[in-house]
Design a protein around this ligand. Structure first.
Ligand SMILES: Cc1cc2nc3c(=O)[nH]c(=O)nc-3n(C[C@H](O)[C@H](O)[C@H](O)COP(=O)(O)O)c2cc1C
Length: 116
């Protein structure tokens, strides 16, 4: 399933100027999407209709000076760096997290892939 999602992302995202990263775990996808606002809105709506997930939440939307993943149509993290446990997530940790806390796993991921 993840391979199908990633291949669509890598096929489509460059055309829309979208880059980002997708953390995949047994209990959640956590995705960072960066690019022009209209392209992100369109992609967000498209992903919302995808039945390979449910209960989609927008956790943070912000203007970013620089991209974190400029060279990745969609980087995947299948061995997710340490962050909230499944129990924390089920208890609402993501909704309660600050912007800094939400950015942290992606900053770690970007740091692990120098050169973007
Ligand atoms: C968690 C998740 C993340 C996704 N991320 C992207 C993405 O970044 N780009 C993309 O084109 N499709 C993404 N998709 C897939 C879209 O929902 C949709 O299936 C796809 O864009 C259709 O593309 P196609 O018409 O070229 O097959 C994602 C799906 C899921 C479930």
């Amino acid at each position: 399933m993840l391979a199908g999602i990633l291949s669509a992302a890598r096929r489509n995202n460059p055309e829309y100027g979208i880059t980002g990263a997708l953390v995949c775990r047994h209990d959640l996808y956590l995705q960072l999407i960066e690019g022009p606002a209209e392209a992100i809105d369109a992609l967000y709506a498209l992903i919302g209709e995808d039945d390979r997930h449910f209960d989609m939440r927008l956790l943070l939307a912000e203007d970013m000076g620089e991209r974190m993943f400029p060279n990745w149509a969609m980087l995947d993290d299948t061995a997710p760096s340490q962050f909230w446990s499944a129990e924390d997530v089920a208890a609402g940790a993501l909704e309660a997290a600050s912007p800094e806390e939400l950015r942290a796993p992606f900053l770690r991921l970007a740091a692990a892939h120098p050169g973007g």
